[in-house]
Write a protein that binds this ligand. Sequence first.
Ligand code: 5BU
Length: 266
Amino acid sequence: MEPSDAWGMRWQSSASPLAKRYMKVATAKQSLVCLAADRNTMAGLFDLIDDVGEHVAALKTHVDLVDDWTPEAWAEFCEAAHEANLLIFEDRKFADIGKISRAQMAGIYDIRSWSDLVTAHLISGPDVVNGLQAGWTDVGRTGGVLLLAQMSSRGNLLHPAYTAEVVGKGAAHPGVFGFIGNGSRPEELKALRAAVGEEKMIWTPGVNLAVGDGEMGQRYGDPTEAVMAGSDCIIVGSGIHKADDPKQAAAAYARASWDGLTKRNG
Ligand code: 5BU
């Protein structure tokens, strides 16, 4: 299948090479799954790529939660991710002023040198996006920012008026790849898609085949429903990395997400 057939308006209206890269990978693997690789050892992370790389389109990291992190091991890990044809997305949730966000793209983790995508809150104003883009430019790379328009956690303070402002400011910015939406609430996602329009991506955490409340305030919605409501990518962590058989689980999430895209188009 061609990406244009699978993605319809998402593909046609996209002016972003990065979004097109994601859509191509997702089509090739028939998977709209981003694995939240929340394991705290390098060995655990390498095992995950080996096990599930073929069934997921992107890899979301929290680089600062790995106990035995070294720059060398991380470089190898990113290499393994590239070999498995995965986009790399650091969920750093930047939120500072522009120049500090730029500086935070460097530092010990040097996120600018290996990430394709990062998350940011727009709470400090639009310059956070310019700062992050400057970070990638500093090392001759390009990347995209996913702005947090909604969150999956209960009691979060990203109320509808805030969401509307984030979408209004972010939708026109070329450095913004898209928005994080709440995967646990299809009705919120539908409203978000209506506000965002067709061009930008919506990626959604808070998704699990076991719908309901998760640990410590996390909430989960159904993967197929999230995609039908407008999500372009379901972000799944423990549903895959804590499963008895992560490979089988990743394949099940891939199927559920692809089914959602087919139904959304049909
Ligand atoms: P889980 O194990 O599928 O619950 O992991 C969810 C991941 O998505 C985890 O890495 C969170 O940091 C991330 N996340 C989230 O759960 N909710 C949000 O609103 C945002 C990110 Br933004």
